[in-house]
Design a protein around this ligand. Structure first.
Ligand code: AMP
Length: 114
């Protein structure tokens, strides 16, 4: 997608602090971290929101979680714990309309989230 920030990061047009990538996904540190580890995992393919996932693109979500698991091990938070979050639309606070999995860890977190 021409005007999508995360498509530009996936394509290398905009720089990000990349921590992991493969043929399906790219992961980079959030520019405004909410925890010592705060990484965003995105699919290379543009999907605007969780509502736009289809049977064809659904496998991307599995790739995103496998990447999250890898990143948690890489950052040394797999055993202490971490949270994965995907915000969808206004009430959840989605601000970038290219699906992304937040991977947060390195501190203890409250539940329910605000
Ligand atoms: P959400 O609010 O769930 O859509 O999350 C979007 C996330 O993208 C926020 O946590 C932002 O801090 C993060 N973000 C926005 N622009 C960038 C960027 N250029 N590089 C890294 N993270 C970004």
């Amino acid at each position: 997608m021409k005007d999508c920030l995360f498509c530009k990061i996936a394509g290398g047009e905009i720089k990000a602090n990349c921590v992991y990538e493969n043929d399906s996904v790219v992961a980079f540190r959030d520019i405004n971290p909410q925890a010592p580890t705060h990484v965003l995992v995105i699919p290379r393919q543009h999907v605007a929101t969780l509502n736009d996932l289809t049977a064809e693109t659904g496998a991307l979500v599995s790739e995103m979680f496998l990447a999250a698991k890898h990143i948690a091990a890489q950052d040394g938070i797999a055993q202490s714990g971490y949270r994965t979050v995907m915000n969808c639309n206004r009430d959840a606070g989605q601000s970038v309309f290219h699906i992304h999995l937040h991977v947060l860890g390195g501190r203890s977190m409250d539940w329910p989230p605000g």
